[in-house]
Design a protein around this ligand. Structure first.
Ligand code: ADP
Ligand code: F6P
Length: 323
């Protein structure tokens, strides 16, 4: 592999708080090594359309604390086509980009794998509020999203308590229950529903609410991961079968915004720097991860073939302490 002289950085897929801190670290690490750095706007779309601009250390001032991504983000179906890939490669050549840091989820990593296969070494950084990437214990944005969800559910609890109601809350997580699990534990949910674990409405929710109601509990929080299904119809079932007034709330995109927490800023900064260090040594086709308390990197193919086992032990523990 040739020496890396210019790297690009892009954010792709759903945004996540902390992405800006990662961009900042990438730019500053690269420039401090004498490597040119280019920002690529709107994920792979910017690579295809040539929406690319040079970034210097002062261009990333004042972004470490900001949610969202200053580079914008997008989903780019066209990038998956041969035509899209060719346009992306052409622009890499035009700008002399010979390494790219891709900040996003596993879809974005698939794009990074394809680019690497086409001769542009890429390093992926996990950025998604879902924490659903198998090659890492932690993804940038997860901590901020958990804290936002917890804060929102605390507010719902106030009104559920006043009205002696049950509040059914949907949190994000396309196919994953990590956000629901951690938030559910933090808010003391009576039940947590995730796509990874089969549940029965009567056995796991209705009976539990009835029993705890009999023992003196007056209001209830049920946290449901987005991937589980419709919270409105679940709320109706709960109300009908328990006789307790029930309301459904979908937290939605509020969970993707806001100032990143310490953990997200710190993790993003370290991962950004780590990614550039790999590229600077001529190492591409890797993803950065956080495993057993330290930063690691894996081959992208290997990373994409890993599976992430849901933390059942924690899930069942949450069930025990919610009586
Ligand atoms: P995330 O990165 O958050 O998982 P997506 O799954 O939407 O988000 O993927 C983001 C972008 O990555 C897609 O719009 C597409 O450009 C690219 N991408 C996703 N899947 C693939 C794939 N199988 N092959 C190549 N590129 C992909
Ligand atoms: O992957 C992150 C995520 O926020 C998921 O939790 C959610 O299902 C999805 O993105 C929503 O995507 P969009 O921004 O396209 O509505």
């Amino acid at each position: 592999m040739n020496d890396v002289t210019a790297i690009g950085v892009l954010t792709s897929g759903g945004d996540a708080p902390g992405m800006n801190a990662a961009v900042r670290a990438v730019v500053r690490t690269a420039v401090s090594m004498g490597i040119k750095c280019f920002g690529i706007r709107r994920g792979y779309n910017g690579l295809i359309e040539g929406d690319i601009f040079q970034m210097n250390v002062r261009d990333v001032n004042d972004i470490i604390h900001r949610g969202g991504t200053v580079l914008y983000t997008a989903r780019s179906p066209f990038f998956k086509t041969e035509e899209g890939m060719n346009a992306a490669i052409k622009n890499c050549k035009k700008y002399g980009i010979n390494g790219i840091v891709v900040i996003g989820g596993d879809g974005s990593f698939r794009g990074a794998r394809d680019l690497s296969e086409h001769g542009i070494p890429c390093v992926g950084i996990p950025g998604t509020i879902d924490n659903d990437i198998a090659s890492t214990d932690y993804t940038i944005g997860f901590d901020t999203a958990m804290n936002t969800a917890m804060e929102m559910v605390d507010k719902l609890r106030d009104t559920a308590q006043s009205h002696e109601r049950c509040s059914v809350v949907e949190v994000m997580g396309r196919h994953a229950g990590w956000l629901a699990l951690e938030t559910g534990i933090a808010v003391g949910a009576a039940a947590i529903l995730v796509p990874e674990v089969h549940f029965d409405v009567d056995r796991d929710i209705v009976n539990k609410i009835v029993l705890t109601h009999q023992s003196g509990k007056k209001h209830f929080i049920v946290v449901v991961a987005e991937g589980v299904g419709n919270v409105q119809s679940l709320a109706e079932k709960i109300e009908e079968r328990t006789g307790i007034e029930t309301r459904a709330t979908v937290l939605g995109h509020v969970q993707r915004g806001g100032c990143p927490t310490v953990r997200d800023r710190e993790m993003a900064s370290c991962m950004g720097s780590y990614a550039v260090n790999l590229l600077s040594k001529g190492i591409g086709n890797r993803v950065v991860g956080y495993r057993d308390g330290k930063l690691v990197d894996y081959d992208i193919f290997e990373a994409l073939n890993m599976t992430k086992n849901f933390n059942l032990e924690k899930y069942y523990m949450a069930n025990v302490i919610s009586i």
